[in-house]
Design a protein around this ligand. Structure first.
Ligand code: CA
Ligand code: CA
Ligand code: CA
Length: 418
């Protein structure tokens, strides 16, 4: 698809959208808000609608005893806008106000999107089954738009207090809660799950149920495994929980992991866990961790995104005019590509929907398309999927010198490239 970073183009989307795909879109009441999938240049943010920017949830080494070296080292916390309090690990969430974005007056540019409808028309309902591990704050799997997207452990019997499948985890039907060390179970929908639920909706909310949004994976072959490693109102957790979740994911059949969190503290055990895994890891590049504008992570790494490992894809956040979001980290060595991450409309707890902004939202766009390609092209390895995603980006001059590929995710190119 041709693209331009010049505002004001009147190109009405793309011509390859099929009637079937279009009817699927029209069935989704909020689809017009999903510029990331199909941007016709008319997208505007609803006046007065909240847009939260959960800072990428962070992980710490347990032996740090509640003190985060990263925060203390540079004293950057005080420079951050809005909502930040204190200097301890329990205050990790930054919420950027709607007005901060409104003053930027971004004008949508047609076809700055991932060409999702075009990709759906190619992929259809065929493909192998793929399990994605969303290692995050938990997922409200009772959400009306996610019920068909959630992986469950069919070898486990719920609630009998027995580890029926002998995997070391008792009653792990909906994955595992490594934050509280118990089977993951939604008893009450809580905002603590919002971050993970938003990620899950981007990947695989139903696109055909005439409710809510359209997730990127429109068929039933892609399922999401819920692994909770982050908790509290601010989404923090430990490296140990992440490492154990990675091991669980792989042993239970996941092939792709979404990691929308980060820390500036290097941890050899986390790097080893990813390096030793056969899975593909899609990581958020980071959101202006030190200052109000994005950092070059070639110089100031954020982990896990900045680990130099072949099975990691690091993702920056491009907004709906085709420019890198000002809060997105970048780096021509440490960041692979950009994907839509600004004003992303997706599922949150309690059958609700909300805009969120950040590389936390950009990463699951790539995760979803990785799963789409891996499902559709059944002979591909995961490393070939990575190559395909990176070689099929839509090049944008605004991303030249910002990310290694100089481009943004394109689902249609990825599923059709040879
Ligand atoms: Ca079990
Ligand atoms: Ca059981
Ligand atoms: Ca839906």
């Amino acid at each position: 698809m041709s693209t331009s970073s010049t505002a004001g183009t009147s190109t009405a989307g793309t011509s390859t959208t099929t009637a079937a795909a279009a009817s699927t879109l029209s069935a989704e009441p909020y689809f017009a808000k999903q510029w990331a999938l199909y941007n016709d240049g008319t997208f505007t943010v609803d006046s007065g609608t909240s847009n939260t920017m959960p800072e990428m949830p962070t992980i710490t080494k347990p032996e740090q005893g509640g003190t985060n070296n990263w925060n203390n080292r540079d004293g950057f916390r005080a420079q951050l806008p809005g909502g930040r309090t204190g200097g301890n690990t329990s205050s990790r969430t930054r919420r950027l106000s709607y007005t901060r974005y409104a003053t930027r007056q971004i004008t949508a540019v047609a076809d700055i999107d991932i060409d999702a409808p075009e990709a759906w028309a190619v992929v259809g309902d065929s493909g192998r089954d793929v399990v994605i591990a969303v290692i995050d704050t938990g997922i409200d799997y009772t959400h009306e738009d996610l019920s068909n997207a959630i992986w469950t452990n069919t070898k486990e019997v719920a609630g009998d207090g027995i580890d029926n499948d002998g995997n070391g985890y008792i009653d792990d039907i909906y994955g595992w809660d490594f934050y509280n060390n118990q089977a993951f179970k939604v008893t009450t929908s809580t905002s603590e799950y919002d971050h993970g639920t938003h990620v899950a909706g981007i990947i695989a909310a139903s696109a055909e149920n005439e409710v809510g949004i359209a997730g990127i994976n429109a068929n039933d072959h892609v399922k999401i495994m819920t692994l909770k490693v982050l908790g509290g109102n601010n989404g923090s957790g430990t490296t140990d929980a992440v490492v154990n979740a990675i091991k669980y994911a792989e042993s239970m059949g996941a092939s792709i992991c979404n990691l929308s969190f980060g820390t500036g503290t290097y941890d050899a055990s986390l790097e080893a866990a990813i390096k030793d895994s056969g899975m593909l890891f899609i990581c958020a590049a980071g959101n202006a961790t030190r200052t109000m504008t994005g950092d070059n992570t070639d110089n100031n790494p954020i982990y896990p995104a900045s680990f130099d490992l072949d099975n990691i894809i690091s993702v920056a956040n491009v907004t709906y005019d085709g420019t890198l979001d000002t809060t997105s980290d970048y780096g021509t060595t440490s960041v692979d590509l950009a994907a839509p991450g600004s004003y992303i409309y997706s599922t949150v707890s309690g059958n609700s929907y909300e805009y969120m902004t950040g590389t936390s939202m950009a990463a699951p766009m790539v995760t979803a398309v990785a799963a789409m390609v891996y499902s559709y092209q059944e002979d591909l390895s995961l490393s070939e999927v990575k190559d395909k995603l990176l070689s099929s980006v839509t090049k944008l001059t605004s991303l030249d010198g910002k990310v290694a590929t100089g481009g943004m995710l394109n689902a249609y190119n990825a599923v059709t490239s040879n």
